[in-house]
Ligand binder design. Sequence first.
Ligand SMILES: NC(=O)c1ccc[n+]([C@@H]2O[C@H](COP(=O)([O-])OP(=O)(O)OC[C@H]3O[C@@H](n4cnc5c(N)ncnc54)[C@H](OP(=O)(O)O)[C@@H]3O)[C@@H](O)[C@H]2O)c1
Length: 358
Amino acid sequence: MRGDTGSMNTPDSPLRWGILSTGRIAGTFARGVRGSKSGRVVAVGSRNAEGAARFAAEHAIEPAHAHGNYEDLLADPEVEAVYIATPHPMHVEWAVKAARAGKHVLCEKPAGMNHAEGVAIVEAARRASVLFMEAFMYRCHPQTAKVVELVRSGAIGRVKLIQAAFGFRSDYRPDSRLWNKALGGGGILDVGCYPVSFARLIAGAATGAPFADPLEVAGAGELHPESGADLYAAATLLFPGGVSAQVATAVGVGLDNTARVFGTEGWLEIPHPWIVLKRGGADVIRLHRQGAERPEIFEVEGPDVYSLEADAFAAALRSGARAVPAMSPEDTLGNLAALDRWRRAIGLRYPADDATAG
Ligand SMILES: NC(=O)c1ccc[n+]([C@@H]2O[C@H](COP(=O)([O-])OP(=O)(O)OC[C@H]3O[C@@H](n4cnc5c(N)ncnc54)[C@H](OP(=O)(O)O)[C@@H]3O)[C@@H](O)[C@H]2O)c1
């Protein structure tokens, strides 16, 4: 199946999004697109017609483009790009099908349950000549670009240690996607993917590369006694060039959700590295130079981070690129490989690992 995309596009044409599923982040992204400079949501697909109709009414989508199954969304000629926001285990199926239908793909993190699923998505996008990006929205924010710039400029000397955490405490519910392994439950895949992606970004910046992959990954953590999902986990990563990272995640313990980068001449403190400026506004990066009494403060401003993500995707697409510089397919594969190693270190496996012998 290969869908035509209705109208002719110019570099300035708004990007016509179709949203696949109607959960929490799907609504957040739809609002992000509304606030973007480059796109509009023209269609939605849900597993049922009522869900699609409700979402369409909330987000001003024409009823004719509210689809009661995902296949019809992928066959909708009005849709140019599909945003996939199902639980993680369904990402691979719908990302591959969307690419085969000729749609550009923005897929929620983690793009796949493991590296092998990531390869399947990246290959499908490459074969269909469509743009694919894993939706690490914080990568599209000017705050992240500023951190990279400070690291590259040598503001903290040679980078030695990166610390980053993303975790929260939710009550155990066996049927919730945060805890149920059939729905991809557990911290590493849900939010641990952020600190790993940050560590890889900064370890890359330290050597002038877009990202770096760890030579070694050691991990510790605790699996929930009933569901087997990781309720918290920590990892130490060793990168080329003598850069180390300590990362932590949880769905059962609240963490501080900050990031720090320590170098030979000082350190950077990023109080809100992930859902930064979710709804726009100002935030800060603190640069503590060695020996200075007070930190230098860099204010960062920006609109909703999901609007920035939609704009970064559209800008890459309209420029003819098949990768978004903020999060390339190669970066996705490196991240998934690092997550595989972290999971292996704590004995955390999913059915998808058996399917792909990962
Ligand atoms: N980037 C971010 O800031 C961010 C934030 C939160 C979550 N996420 C990612 O986005 C994805 C979705 O998270 P969410 O919090 O939005 O989840 P959610 O609220 O549970 O929504 C998931 C949606 O997926 C669809 N779905 C398809 N198969 C399903 C199944 N077997 N069970 C349950 N739902 C199913 C449902 O939509 P229909 O019924 O309409 O088909 C459901 O509403 C996850 O991969 C997560 O990692 C990203």
